[in-house]
Design a protein around this ligand. Sequence first.
Ligand SMILES: Cc1cc2nc3c(=O)[nH]c(=O)nc-3n(C[C@H](O)[C@H](O)[C@H](O)COP(=O)(O)O)c2cc1C
Length: 182
Amino acid sequence: MSKIATVLGSPRRNGNSERMAAAFAKGAAESGHAVQTLRAHGLKIGGCIDCRRCWTNGGHCFLHDDMPDVYRAMDGADVFVFAVPLYFYSWPAQVKTVLDRLLPYYMPDSKVDLRGRRAALLAAAGDESDSCFDGLRKSFELSCAFCQWEIVGEICAYGVHAAGDVASGDWLARAEALGRSL
Ligand SMILES: Cc1cc2nc3c(=O)[nH]c(=O)nc-3n(C[C@H](O)[C@H](O)[C@H](O)COP(=O)(O)O)c2cc1C
């Protein structure tokens, strides 16, 4: 059984990326995996201030906000899932902020090693072409390479604008199958 930590990036409840995450979680649960879901929009998480004081106050990061919820989930997970809407051809700010705050794991005195864990990208966008995800995919793939996470899947649903559009087509079936395949 794997433990999966999913970060939801959309401020829109029950929107397209969240539905993809729910389908993924359904498949994963059917295969006996445990899924913990965090809604980035509901957490108070500030941007990294590059103080380089990671690990110096007994925790991962010196800032006092809700990021420890994410740290705890990631420390204990085998698989990370980022379920996001495409915003200006990139990450929504809520998730970019979370990613920046992963710096403590990559400091020389890190007390938690996330290398070797797995990651998946679930994304939704209104544009009609898959190429709208080029920037997001590149960032995800380079970040996974840097973090030494194995990519287990990327499902990028395009042409989905209104909440629920993702239900047309096979996007949700693909997300569910990815969850089941872990
Ligand atoms: C601030 C903002 C920026 C967006 N930028 C893009 C974009 O660059 N390219 C695109 O195809 N869609 C863009 N969209 C549309 C969303 O990606 C699309 O509606 C998506 O399905 C939303 O997913 P959600 O329902 O999970 O929030 C943008 C939407 C918002 C609110």
